[in-house]
Design a protein around this ligand. Structure first.
Ligand code: SAM
Ligand code: SF4
Length: 465
């Protein structure tokens, strides 16, 4: 595999043809596909396209029920939590949907100094966060790309009380092979990048300036990242720019390309929907707005199509939509987020934000809510630190083994949160939930978990298997 792959072939004709002529709507076929999805081996494009066309309420319920079963089978009740950290809103690009685009004079520009990054991280650590997603526009202060590397190092260097950040994921513009190697050396977790839209014509219309105009440079970024040794990559689509059915099938082609080339697909898929951004008409009037019901379908379809790939949902969505989609397939969520540089320390104002949020609750409120909904909030970072990444992670995940590791690690990190950061009510509810889960475990797992939890209770931190 050459690192300078020129593009990732997205066969638009095939997708259009599948959507026009390939969809099978009869209930017998749909039920066969749902039964196949329960085998946890994923689905092909025709099957996904057929499921995307479901409108009958009975079949729709069956689709959602199947997604719930698959989610439960692979991920159990865990929900992994993280916080985005916007370090800079400087940008040379002209993405018509984003407040950070170069010509937007309504946004005040700011790059955090390393001291400011440190303060933001201390605030997040004090809230209980262990995982950060570093985000930046596509323009760096005078030191260039070194700035991002320094930010990653600063984040890992912060120790506050009993806490620290244990995994830094990164969402920055496409990099060269050499730059990806530097990110890898800085020990990042996942490199995340959204193609925004896989529809070339739409892509050209909404990216009108700067490097981001180059569709091929962007779509080949994951090849360069993986070639540089970054095993965990996260893909995504900005829903609302083009027909979501087309986007899902194109995403599947991208995933197959990575699987064929590197033996493993993406670690995560993000599913942002366009949110109003200051100074952007496109974001307030999305050309292909995705309804709430279609959004739930998207999450369910992805869960069935690529069952072992994590699905990430941000605070762009409202608490209600988030609650509904946890059960359908979402495995990671952000909480207590700010999308303006300096937003956590509170010294900076919202006129530097990227877009408006749908969920404004604090981390503690989100944790209390998801605990009451029956989920286990997890801050686990064990796999990445034990080298269980990329194909190794998938090899473990596929026979269902990961569930055994993940559940106990989730409980251990949840217990840390309850002991060190939770409000009294969250602490009370959390320990009740932990007891309930332990009591439902098979004997040997229960004993192992109880041992880990008693180490956490007696003050030991970062206990994982
Ligand atoms: N600048 C880099 C880039 O464009 O890839 C990385 C950071 S950018 C801030 C992260 C993501 O924010 C983009 O990939 C895009 O999908 C998303 N985004 C931009 N404007 C948005 C909006 N109005 N609503 C929701 N998401 C948006
Ligand atoms: Fe810049 Fe990224 Fe926003 Fe585009 S989406 S304007 S590249 S920050």
């Amino acid at each position: 595999m050459s690192s300078n792959v020129e593009t990732v072939p997205i066969n638009e004709e095939l997708i259009s043809d599948t959507l026009k002529h390939g969809i099978k709507k009869d209930a017998v076929y749909i039920r066969e596909v749902l039964a196949k999805a329960l085998e946890l081996k994923g689905l092909n494009e025709i099957e996904v396209a057929s499921l995307s066309s479901i409108s009958d309420p009975v079949l729709l319920k069956e689709l959602f029920d199947t997604a719930r079963k698959v989610k439960e089978e692979i991920y159990g009740k865990r929900l992994v939590l993280f916080a985005p950290l916007y370090v800079s809103n400087l940008c040379k690009n002209e993405c018509l949907y984003c407040a950070f685009r170069r010509s937007n004079t309504m946004v005040r520009r700011k790059s955090l100094t390393q001291e400011e990054v440190c303060k933001e991280v201390e605030t997040l650590v004090d809230q209980g966060h262990k995982r950060i997603l570093l985000v930046a526009g596509e323009s760096y202060p005078s030191e260039g790309f070194d700035y991002i590397i320094k930010c990653v190092e600063t984040i890992y260097s912060v120790k506050k009380g009993r806490g620290e950040i244990r995994r830094v994921n990164v969402n920055v513009a496409p990099l060269s092979l050499e730059e990806f190697k530097r990110l890898k050396s800085a020990k990042i977790g996942t490199y995340q990048l959204f193609q925004e839209t896989y529809h070339r014509e739409t892509y050209q219309k909404v990216h009108i300036g700067g490097l981001k105009k180059d569709f091929d440079w962007r779509i080949t970024a994951m090849d360069r990242a993986m070639k540089a040794g970054i095993d965990d990559v996260g893909v995504g689509i900005l829903f609302g720019l083009f027909d979501w059915r087309f986007e899902i099938l194109a995403l599947m082609q991208h995933i197959h390309h990575l699987e064929e080339t590197f033996g493993v697909g993406p670690h995560t898929i993000s599913v942002p929907r366009l949110e109003p951004a200051c100074g952007s008409d496109l974001s307030t009037h999305p050309p292909y707005a995705v309804s709430d019901i279609d959004f739930r379908k998207i999450v369910a379809l992805l869960r069935l199509a690529v069952p072992y790939t994590g699905i990430i949902m941000s605070t762009r969505e409202t608490p209600n939509i988030r609650r509904e989609t946890f059960a359908l397939g979402v495995s990671q969520i952000s909480a207590g987020s700010r999308t303006n540089p300096g937003g956590y320390t509170g010294n900076e104002e919202e006129d530097m934000s990227q877009f408006s949020l749908g969920d404004h609750r604090s981390l503690d409120e989100v944790i209390q809510d998801i605990t009451q909904l029956g989920y286990i909030p997890s801050f686990c970072t064990a796999c990445y630190r034990l080298g269980r990444t990329g194909a190794d992670f998938m090899d473990l995940a596929k026979p269902g083994l990961i569930k055994n590791h993940c559940e106990v690690n989730a409980l251990s990190t949840f217990a840390e949160y309850l002991e060190d950061y939770a409000s009294l009510e969250t602490k009370r509810l959390g320990w009740v939930k932990i007891e309930e889960i332990i009591n439902s475990m098979p004997e040997n797992r229960r004993t192992r978990t109880e041992k880990m939890l008693s180490r956490v209770k007696s003050g030991e931190r970062d206990v994982y298997v």
